[in-house]
Design a protein around this ligand. Sequence first.
Ligand code: GLN
Length: 547
Amino acid sequence: MARFIFITGGVVSSLGKGLTAAALGALLQARGFSVRMRKLDPYLNVDPGTMSPFEHGEVFVTDDGAETDLDLGHYERFTGVAARNTDSISSGRIYSTVLEKERRGDYLGKTIQVIPHVTNEIKDFISIGEDEVDFMLCEIGGTVGDIEALPFFEAIRQFSQDKPRGECIFMHLTLLPFLAASGELKTKPTQHSVKELRSIGIAPDVLVCRSEHPIPDKEREKIGLFCNVRTDSVIAAYDMKSIYEAPLKFHEQGLDQAVLDAFGISPAPAPNLSVWEDVADRINNTDGEVKVAIVGKYTQLEDAYKSIKEALTHGGMHNRVKVKVEWVDAELFDKEDAAPYLEGYHAILVPGGFGERGTEGKIKAAQFARERNVPYLGICLGMQMAVIESARNLAGITDAGSEEFDHEAGKKRFEPVVYHLKEWVQGNHKVKRKAGDDKGGTMRLGAYNATLAEGSKVAEVYGTTAIEERHRHRYEVDIKYREELEKKGLIFSGMSPDGKLPEIVEVKDHPWFIGVQYHPELKSKPFDPHPLFADFVKAAIDNSRLV
Ligand code: GLN
């Protein structure tokens, strides 16, 4: 049976709750325990799949096809445990399940209420698979006091009462602001936040306090006293050079020890931190820097491409170089020459995206990279744009485009080299879609196999010809253009196992030009960089030597 750690936040949002939870997961693993991590989000969307990246950052996709919060990406990157559909839940999903049950008559005529019906649904969700691991870490999104989060706080309070004593603990993250004028760290917001938590029946066992300045022992004691937490369970979270130092830094501050003490696990097994020591060494001992342009649409919000940024960092760690990522807005050169915007980068990455805006710029970025021998990695939409570029400029299909843009514009303007995929095979069943279907959860989602061509660049990069990668797309490159494009040098080097869906393209006689229909960034880890990112960064290094 798992022990449960509930992670909540207070004072302000964006304190790094997900990261702290993920680092704690990694530290428990380092002590030999198995973990699973979960996110409970208070918003009313059923999942974040339909939210704009501007609203919510990247949508992280699991192997089993769930569209989830980007914190699940942190969880995977730190623990290496593949997240599942059942590791992410929102109020929207809870309520829609409750309402479905009500319509079905499952509640046998009862009045449906937040307590117990909604809270029971949340508790059922929390306990899924509880006998599989030693620790279940559940993070509650938002901050204590948010109206919509109340049912979640109530549910975890009840949950801890339902369990035998000592099987659940609460960890609360707060901020200690520094007042420059008086040169003081202020503990009052933390006191208020804990008071708020206690007023709904939750007493934190461990407090993690974000601070830009060292927390003196005196302040730590004060926080402990006023918040009713043991002084050695008041843990400092200081700013770090890299998020991947978090496990080591939190260990230094005694976070894992405080958690094990709170559970009464004594003696605590000694940690083996060698993986994280190696990771820290790779961050701190680099030789040189490469500059990579990410040419996209959601460039104002870095979180929109979170996993790509992290995967590039992992690629840098693999090669022991610093990867300097710059965000280039594709719309800037929709109608003009891309060269002035892209010269000076050692490699170009065009990430996934939706909608037509900025796509002409992305097509130009692919053309620039292809013609100038600059390493290019196209991901999902970035692959589709590379194919359209080759179709237009190599195969002479001058009106090549994607049906996605025609659908958006409501009229036919393009030859659909990329078309709306309406039927495909998943495992051993057929999936069918039609125009006008719901937008939520209807894409080709989750892990699918692909077969790589012997002797291709990608087969060399992966070191195998059978791969499994995560997908999230509605449109697909049309295989009927394969022969024509291959004749001109765009090779279809990866296909779905039934040979129907192009998964990878690469440009022949180019140092490094690869487009993939899936999202390799979702599986990259600091201690296990994704081969495509490791090799892409290596190609950028090789290119930097030429410039
Ligand atoms: N909009 C494209 C599609 O749906 C690409 C999606 C993506 O880049 N994730 O196929």
